[in-house]
Design a protein around this ligand. Structure first.
Ligand SMILES: *[C@@H]1O[C@H](CO)[C@@H](O)[C@H](O)[C@H]1NC(C)=O
Length: 296
């Protein structure tokens, strides 16, 4: 299965007897886990399988495992294919995120909040720019994310950040520096995945803590190639300048297509369950960037 399926899709209509639709994705080069990632966890909690094409994170009472990229990246189309903890996943949080670390860190988050059996997963995304986050959005997924791998990715350029679930854009965060909103464009990030106990807040506001009897909890990952600008030898300037040979810098990738706008509107009207932009208890005034990122 292609990596970062949401990123750049060529739809080819092919006729072989009957017409069918083949989706050819812009795939990052194939890479095994060990080529691009490392883990501090032991082999029981981070299982590298199938020659490094699949990794299972295994959460139990003793360890919340994680792994991270060897390289640091600034801009790109970065994502992974993930199959989430099945069954009673209440209290568990599977996280896939890009983070610079440091005191004024930049970070893009996908956090998958588990649920009791039969109830839907919630995907929370967040954006930290120069240490300031508090930009949570939550959507309920429109499929069972425990049954198959799905791609979760960002297209991150100097102009725009788009969060994708498979081919569907679920969120946009534009470069709004002209409104005084910091953007993620100066700090390279590592790519991380983790599986942890978020009992205190994750499931229905903490009503359902983790049920250890249902464990150990397993989330699976694929797609370890990285289609991003790797910051080599601390040379941030090359990536920060947005080199012309990086496809995501082309003009057309700074915008959503009409189809993508329609898909995003559909998510915003049917699957969005929380948006910091409309939370007047936390933000009596709408945050400055919100009206630029909304398509409803
Ligand atoms: C869990 O399921 C409940 C009931 O369907 C739903 O209200 C909630 O949004 C789901 N997600 C979380 C994280 O609690």
């Amino acid at each position: 299965m292609g990596f970062s399926t949401g990123i750049r899709t060529l739809v080819l209509l092919t006729c072989v007897g009957a017409a069918f639709l083949a989706v050819v994705t812009h795939a990052a080069y194939a890479a095994t886990f060990n080529e691009n990632y490392v883990t501090g966890a032991d082999a029981k909690h981070t299982q590298v399988l199938d020659g490094g094409n699949v990794v299972n994170l295994v959460l139990d009472q003793f360890l919340a495992p994680e792994f991270g990229s060897k390289g640091l990246y600034l801009f790109g189309a970065i994502g992974m294919n993930i199959k989430l903890v099945p069954g009673d996943s209440a209290g568990t949080v599977t996280a896939y995120y890009l983070s610079s670390g440091g005191t004024h860190h930049d970070e893009l988050d996908f956090e998958f909040l588990g649920n009791v059996s039969g109830q839907p997963y919630t995907l929370q995304t967040n954006v930290f720019a120069h240490g300031v986050g508090g930009r949570e959005q939550r959507v309920n997924l429109w499929f069972d994310p425990t049954e198959n791998y799905h791609s979760y990715s960002v297209r991150w350029t100097r102009e725009i950040i788009i969060f994708f679930v498979d081919d569907t854009p679920i969120r946009v965060f534009r470069n709004n520096e002209n409104l005084g909103v910091p953007f993620l464009n100066a700090q390279p990030v590592g790519i991380y995945a983790s599986l942890w106990d978020g009992s205190a807040w994750a499931t229905q506001g903490g009503r359902y803590p983790i049920n250890w009897a249902a464990g150990p909890f397993v989330a699976s990952f694929q797609g370890f190639g990285v289609d991003g600008c790797e910051v080599a030898g601390g040379n941030i300037a090359y990536c920060a300048a947005g080199p012309a040979n990086a496809w995501w810098n082309a003009g057309q990738y700074q915008y959503l297509t009409q189809q993508q706008i329609a898909a995003l509107k559909n998510v915003q009207s049917n699957y969005l369950v929380y948006d910091y932009c409309t939370d007047r208890v936390r933000y009596p005034n709408e945050p400055a960037e919100c009206f630029k990122n909304w398509y409803g």
